[in-house]
Design a protein. Structure first.
Length: 315
């Protein structure tokens, strides 16, 4: 049975947090299919000799796979943008995300700034081990909670075309649920919107389309239209647009069998990103997304309208 319309605002305002929390719980559990690496952030010549995130008990959280279709291969000399991991030095980059949800009479925005040190596995170049620095937020209460996340370990498995395959997060025991959830949301948001590179030869001016199905409270098909604007040495700069379309009209409320009906939905964005084929994470980039959704419960005459937004910055 759908919730009573007077409960819609309180129910839906918790959906994003509940969804991310369920992912976090899965990510912190053990997984028999994952082979733990050596304990501790052991490194050699800038690469990781073990997997600290697996050793800490972090199980993989799948990232939605993307299917890439080349629209135009571009003009000039065409090459396959093949990754060439640098195991001699670690990568330092900062991820900043801001997520927003606003309903009539209420608004919520959360910004997380997360310094990351990334090292490829010395023997497994598809594995990227991440060490978190001091994570901060302009929100005073969240910023205080974030102090416990400093030094947390995480991991990312990469597939062909720079594609994120699965994410692992091992928060410190002293970290509270709010801080764990905020870090989880930031990383999942960034990797679920990642631009995947073609695995066929392309030149500057090439365009391609990628599609992935993202399952959350609303299951959507995300379509990214990308264009290669420059290729200088190992660095590629890509401009892109993105939009989402619901797979169906079901908006599932986590933690139970209740659901709402999506009567209207829009979500679109644009951005630019620079990737270095020797690095595991973008070296710079900025993307902004905006959308809205109308959700209907037991009373069709009292729908809930929400405005949503996301920004992702790599620097």
């Amino acid at each position: 049975m759908s919730p009573h319309p007077r409960r819609l605002r309180s129910v839906v305002s918790s959906i994003a947090a509940a969804t991310a929390l369920s992912v976090l719980v899965a990510g912190c559990s053990s997984d028999a299919d994952e082979t733990p690496g050596a304990a501790g952030p052991s490194t050699s010549a800038g690469c990781s000799t073990g997997s600290p995130s697996r050793a800490a008990g972090a199980a993989p959280v799948p990232i939605a796979p993307a299917t890439v279709t080349i629209v135009d291969p571009g003009n000039g000399e065409r090459r396959v943008p093949t990754t060439a991991p640098d195991v001699a030095t670690a990568q330092s980059v900062t991820l900043v995300t801001t997520s927003e949800v606003a309903s009539p009479g209420s608004a919520d925005a959360q910004t997380v700034e997360m310094p990351l040190t990334a090292r490829f596995g010395c023997t497994d170049l598809a594995d990227l081990e991440l060490a978190l620095g001091t994570v901060t937020s302009p929100d005073p209460a969240l910023n205080e909670a974030m102090a416990a996340m400093a030094g947390a370990t995480a991991g990312l498995t990469l597939g062909p075309g720079y594609a994120p395959v699965s994410l692992r997060i091992a928060p410190p025991e002293q970290a509270g649920g709010e801080a764990r959830l905020a870090v989880e949301q930031a990383l999942v948001s960034a990797f679920n919107t990642a631009v995947v590179l073609p695995t066929e030869p392309v030149a500057v001016g090439a365009t391609w389309r990628s599609e992935r199905v993202i399952a959350a409270a609303a299951t959507v098909t995300q379509t990214i239209e990308a264009r290669l604007t420059s290729w200088d040495g190992n660095r590629l700069t890509i401009d892109y647009t993105a939009d989402e379309t619901p797979v169906n009209s079901v908006f599932a409320i986590p933690g139970g069998g209740d659901s709402l009906t999506i009567s209207r939905y829009s979500y679109a964005g644009e951005g630019t990103v620079t990737v270095d084929l020797t690095r595991g994470l973008p070296v710079s980039g900025k993307a902004t997304y905006r959308g809205a959704r109308e959700l209907v419960g037991a009373d069709p005459g009292r729908p809930l309208l929400q405005q949503t937004g996301l920004s992702v910055t790599w620097r």
